[in-house]
Design a protein around this ligand. Structure first.
Ligand SMILES: [Zn+2]
Length: 295
């Protein structure tokens, strides 16, 4: 059930763990403010690798789908969010030259109209005013991330249209849509410099050397959400995805106070808005909070 005057945020993600690495502190902040936050996870992450040496054991590989569901449940509790799987099968990250074909039946190969249907149903049922998703490149070029972008934009339009998917609930118009803008050059540079200033080695050195400045997307950022207070919650949620995250890994080597000083926000690009919300802004619900009727 949805309350007419309650704020609701829907974050669409490709795999279990993406919600904890992209916008997790933002979600924890809004949960603390009383916003209902729902994560839609497109796939079960069945084709993910084990990226944490401590979890790289045959009994883990055998129960991969089940374990990732359990990990998601823990992360959900830590973040204080609601979460639903949309029921698609992970496409895996194709590697090699030439790239191998995608596995039959995987999310990336499902026709768009069919792939968007569960999200249309969810939007009409949850009635979010704000939705976040990935940019047109998927944030990074995993076929499931690109597909996540595609179904999000398609479902945003379709959910509001009474002529489309008439069996999937009453039409609902999402007011604002954002792309996650986590990995920008200015943020990475700021973190890199802050780490070096502490006299320790930076985990960003190699990454920055390879970075093509022409591909930087930071000029697209419209919205900085202050959420450093919730970085510890984000990290705890990430660590809950034990198959995917090595808690001794170099990304956890940057102390939280250094991160909070260097870049205390998570960043977004506002790409659709039906409300009056001048940018730059610092709140995903700017323009929504003030509207009298958000039912
Ligand atoms: Zn992913």
């Amino acid at each position: 059930m949805t309350e007419p005057d309650q704020l609701r945020l829907l974050a669409v993600h490709a795999h279990p763990d993406d919600e904890s690495s992209k916008g997790a502190a933002t979600m924890a902040k809004y949960v603390a403010e009383g916003v209902r936050v729902l994560v839609a996870t497109c796939t079960g992450g069945e084709r993910g690798s084990v990226l944490n040496p401590a979890m790289d054991r045959p009994e883990v590989w055998e129960r991969m789908a089940e374990i990732r569901t359990e990990e998601m449940a823990r992360a959900r509790e830590i973040l204080g969010i609601e979460q639903e799987f949309l029921g698609f099968v992970d496409s895996g990250l194709p590697e090699g030259d030439p790239l191998p074909p995608l596995p039959e039946g995987c999310f990336a190969l499902v026709p768009l109209e069919e792939a968007a249907a569960p999200l249309v149903e969810l939007i009409r049922r949850f009635k979010p005013q704000v939705m976040t998703t990935y940019d047109e490149r998927g944030g990074y070029p995993h076929p499931d991330h690109i597909k996540t972008h595609e179904i999000s934009m398609y479902a945003f339009e379709a959910a509001a249209d009474p002529d489309r998917y008439p069996d999937l609930g009453e039409p609902w118009q999402v007011s604002k849509v954002y792309y996650q803008m986590g990995f920008t050059l200015p943020r990475t540079k700021a973190l890199h410099e802050a780490v070096l200033a502490t006299g320790t080695e930076s985990p960003y050195t190699e990454w920055l050397e390879k970075w093509d400045p022409a591909k930087d997307i930071s000029h697209r950022v419209t919205t900085h959400v202050q959420c450093a207070e919730y970085f510890p919650v984000r990290d705890a949620a990430l660590i809950a995805h034990a198959t995917q995250i090595d808690p001794t890994g170099r990304w956890f080597s940057v102390p939280l106070d250094v991160q909070s000083q260097a870049w205390p926000t998570e960043d977004y690009e506002l790409v659709r808005s039906l409300v009056d919300a001048p940018t730059p802004e610092d709140d995903l619900f700017a323009g929504v909070r003030s509207s009298a009727d958000v039912s």
